[in-house]
Ligand binder design. Structure first.
Ligand code: NAD
Length: 300
C-alpha cells in the first residue's frame, strides 16, 4: 500500500472525522464538499476536533495543528481528486445523491484512484456500475467518534479486486483503525448484523411483558460478562433510531408486535423526551445509571 493522497468527499459528521484522523496519521488529505458554505462548516467541525484529540488522546498542540495543516479544502471535485490514491465517500445516505456523485466522480478522478464508500446501510454493488471502475470500489465503514471507536469494516462486493481489498485493509491499519475485513456483502456489516437482532429481541421481551428492562439487561450482563445490556446500549444508540427502525418494520411486515413496540417507544419515551444518554434519560437515568451500581448484578 503506497497511498499518500487521500480525498474525503462529504465533510459532515463522519467525513470531517475521517479527514482529520487520516491527516493526524500523516497523510495528505483533500476535503471535498458541494459549496463554500459547506466547506466553511467543515473547517469549523475539524477545528473542534483538534481539542477532542488533545483531551481524549493527549495529543500535543503541535500534533493537532500539523494534522489540520495537512488538509486542503475544495468545492471542485476535479481539483479535490487530481492526485488522489484513494477517495472515501461520506455524502448523505440517499441513493440518488450517491449515484450522481459516483457518476461525476467517475468522469473526473484519475484512473489510479480507488473509491470507497462509508455508507452504513447501502451495499457497494448498488453503486458499482456508476463508479465506472467496479474492481477498484468497495466499502470502508467507520464508526462515529472515529478516534475513540477505531473500527473500520472493509467490505468487498463481488467485483472488487482482491489486491485493492488488501490495500484498503492496510490503509485502515495505517490510520489507526482495527481493520475488520468482510469477504462478502452483508447489509449492516458485522456489527449491526449482530447488534440489531439482539436489540430487537430485548425490546420484544419487554413489549410481550416477559421480563422487565433491568432483568433483561442483568441476564445479558451476567451470562456474557458484557459491561452493558441491550437497553443500556439502546440508550447510547438513541430511542429515536430504535423507534424509526421499529416503525418501518411494523409498516413493512404488518406484525402487531412491532406496532405495539413502536407505540410504546413513542408514548413512553419519545413524547416524554426520554431519548437516551443524549437527553440524560432513556431506559435508564444518567449520570450514574442503575446498571452501573455495584449490586446491580445481584438479587434485588
Ligand atoms: P452528514 O449529513 O453529517 O454529512 C453529509 C455531507 O455531505 C455534508 O457536509 C453535505 O454538505 C455533503 N454533501 C451533500 N451532497 C453532497 C454531494 N452531492 N457531494 C458531496 N458532498 C455532499 O452525514 P454523515 O452522518 O456524515 O453521513 C455520511 C455517510 O457516512 C453516510 O453514508 C452514512 O451512512 C455514513 N455514516 C454515518 C455515521 C454517523 O454516525 N453519522 C456512521 C458511520 C457511517
Amino acid at each position: 500500500m503506497d497511498y499518500k493522497n487521500i480525498t474525503v468527499a462529504g465533510s459532515g459528521v463522519l467525513g470531517s472525522q475521517i479527514a482529520y484522523q487520516t491527516a493526524f496519521k500523516g497523510f495528505d488529505v483533500s476535503v471535498y464538499d458541494i459549496n463554500d458554505e459547506a466547506i466553511e462548516k467543515a473547517k469549523e467541525r475539524i477545528t473542534k476536533l483538534k481539542s477532542r484529540y488533545q483531551e481524549d488522546l493527549e495529543a500535543t498542540k503541535d500534533d493537532v495543528d500539523a494534522a489540520f495543516n495537512r488538509i486542503s479544502f475544495y468545492s471542485d471535485l476535479a481539483k479535490a481528486t487530481a492526485d488522489a490514491d484513494l477517495i472515501i465517500e461520506a455524502v448523505p445516505e440517499v441513493v440518488n445523491i450517491k449515484t450522481d456523485f459516483y457518476k461525476e466522480l467517475a468522469s473526473v478522478a484519475p484512473e489510479k484512484t480507488i473509491f470507497a464508500t462509508n455508507s452504513s446501510t447501502m451495499l457497494p454493488s448498488q453503486f458499482a456500475d456508476a463508479t465506472g471502475r467496479p474492481s477498484k470500489f468497495l466499502a470502508l465503514h467507520f464508526a462515529n467518534e472515529i478516534w475513540l471507536n477505531n473500527t473500520a469494516e472493509i467490505m468487498k462486493h463481488e467485483g472488487t479486486d482482491m489486491n485493492v481489498f488488501e490495500e484498503v485493509v492496510e490503509f485502515a491499519k495505517a490510520i489507526g483503525m482495527v481493520a475488520l475485513p468482510l469477504h462478502k456483502e452483508q447489509p449492516g456489516y458485522i456489527l449491526n448484523s449482530l447488534l440489531v437482532p439482539l436489540l430487537e429481541a430485548a425490546q420484544m421481551l419487554l413489549v410481550k411483558e416477559v421480563a422487565d428492562i433491568e432483568t433483561i439487561d442483568k441476564t445479558w450482563m451476567i451470562a456474557t460478562g458484557a459491561p452493558q445490556g441491550p437497553f443500556a446500549i439502546l440508550d447510547v444508540v438513541g430511542v429515536t433510531t430504535a423507534y424509526n427502525i421499529t416503525k418501518e418494520k411494523a409498516e413493512k411486515t404488518g406484525d402487531p408486535g412491532f406496532k405495539k413496540l413502536a407505540d410504546l417507544l413513542k408514548t413512553e419515551y419519545i413524547d416524554k423526551g426520554k431519548l437516551g444518554t443524549a437527553t440524560g434519560e432513556g431506559f435508564y437515568k444518567y449520570p450514574n445509571p442503575k446498571f452501573m451500581e455495584p449490586d446491580f448484578l445481584e438479587n434485588d
